[in-house]
Design a protein around this ligand. Structure first.
Ligand code: GDP
Ligand code: MG
Length: 164
């Protein structure tokens, strides 16, 4: 069975940036061959000889404020349905906000493995002082990464492939 890694989280935490980093190499090849656009939501990746599909769920969020709960549910339901592992991305520049808790509340009901990814942690402060705040979610180990400079993504992927 194919391994599927779904990236979920509220807008602007860096889901698409992480997606692009994870599928970087394959995307480059595909782009050369067929000129596909950059805004697709599925990509292929490999880590330590383990192949997997990455889904950027951001594009699935639709709706206005009063259906936001529903939009979260849709995004998360899709991810939980298809995923082998879920990456729950949060943002060390903003810290934990209510909307993160809304996502967490839905995710906690799932039996799928969920990995908390504390993104934008390229500074010492965000990595060592802000990222640990996300342990308060009670969702296990927090992985500080920077999707823009790539730091921490190796440790994250080592953890991801343990679930395949
Ligand atoms: P999404 O809405 O969750 O898909 O978030 P995006 O990937 O579109 O990123 C939102 C903003 O955060 C953009 O301006 C990104 O450049 C920025 N961003 C994403 N990842 C990082 C990171 O690791 N560090 C910093 N400093 N900014 C980031
Ligand atoms: Mg996005």
């Amino acid at each position: 069975m194919a391994n599927i890694v779904a990236i979920v989280g509220r807008p602007n935490v860096g889901k698409s940036t992480l997606f692009n980093r994870l599928v970087e190499q394959r995307m480059a090849i595909t782009d050369n061959e067929s000129g596909v656009t950059r805004d697709r939501h599925y990509g292929e990746s490999v880590w330590t000889e383990k192949y997997f599909t990455v889904i950027d769920t951001g594009g699935y969020v639709v709706g206005s404020e009063d259906t936001f709960e529903g939009a979260i549910r849709d995004q998360v339901a899709m991810a939980l349905d298809e995923a082998t592992v879920v990456l729950f991305v949060v943002d060390t520049m903003t810290g934990l906000i209510d909307l993160d808790n809304d996502f967490a509340n839905v995710l906690r009901r799932s039996k799928k493995p969920i990995i908390v990814v504390a993104n934008k942690a390229e500074t010492f402060e965000r990595q060592s002082l802000v990222a640990p705040e996300f342990y308060s979610l009670g969702m296990g180990e927090v992985f500080p990464i920077s999707s823009t400079d790539g730091s921490g993504t190796g440790e994250l992927l080592d953890e991801v492939v343990k679930h395949f």
